[in-house]
Design a protein around this ligand. Structure first.
Ligand code: IDP
Ligand code: MG
Length: 167
């Protein structure tokens, strides 16, 4: 069954110059990349992304982590992979949430660490199931940024909408 999955290269992955390595590892899946961008991560976006974890003691730290506040990098790379069993394939390559428990050859096992304050810095996010993938993809991307039609969309006419164009 074809699926879409959101993959984020988190700020530690960017700071450690792991983008190329991570994309190379993910290319083993033979999945198609249907969207990709560098994204600024506001507090609101990070809180919404991790809203299912808002009661956890580590919630404030992972919000700061995703925002880039722990790595002096206020950005993340967001990608959508699409194809057969995309979620399972990408999560397998990513490895377990705790980088110390992740298989050593997985992306998190290879590059992740646990900080002294206890945050699992695991370099990559992968959606955990189809409803979460849909929720996260709609949070991170607009329909026109994705080169295939993933979910129903609608056209609206926006009046006096301020936007930047090339000068
Ligand atoms: P996942 O990223 O493997 O789907 P989630 O449970 O969704 O794991 O947690 C989101 C992120 O929060 C993890 O990737 C990790 O960075 C962090 N995290 C999760 N559980 C813990 C924990 O017990 N201690 C510290 N950080 C954690
Ligand atoms: Mg998760």
């Amino acid at each position: 069954m074809n699926q879409a999955v959101l993959v984020l290269i988190k700020p530690d992955g960017l700071k450690k110059s792991l983008t190329g390595n991570i994309l190379t590892r993910l290319s083993e899946t033979k999945l198609e990349i249907v969207a990709a961008k560098m994204a600024r991560v506001s507090k609101a976006l990070a809180e919404e992304h991790y809203k299912h974890l808002k009661d956890k003691p580590f919630f404030p730290e992972i919000v700061k982590y995703l925002q880039g506040e722990l790595h002096d990098r206020k950005k993340a790379m967001a990608l959508i992979y699409w194809g057969e069993d995309a979620i399972k394939k990408c999560r397998e390559l990513a490895g377990s949430t705790n980088p110390e428990e992740a298989e050593s050859t997985s992306i998190r096992g290879s590059y992740g660490r646990i900080t002294t304050s206890g945050v699992y810095e695991n370099v990559i996010h992968v959606s955990s199931n189809e409803p979460e993938a849909e929720r996260e993809i709609k949070l991170w991307f607009n329909p026109e940024e994705i080169i295939v039609d993933l979910y129903p969309k609608k056209s609206i006419v926006v009046k006096e909408h301020k936007k930047s164009i090339w000068a």
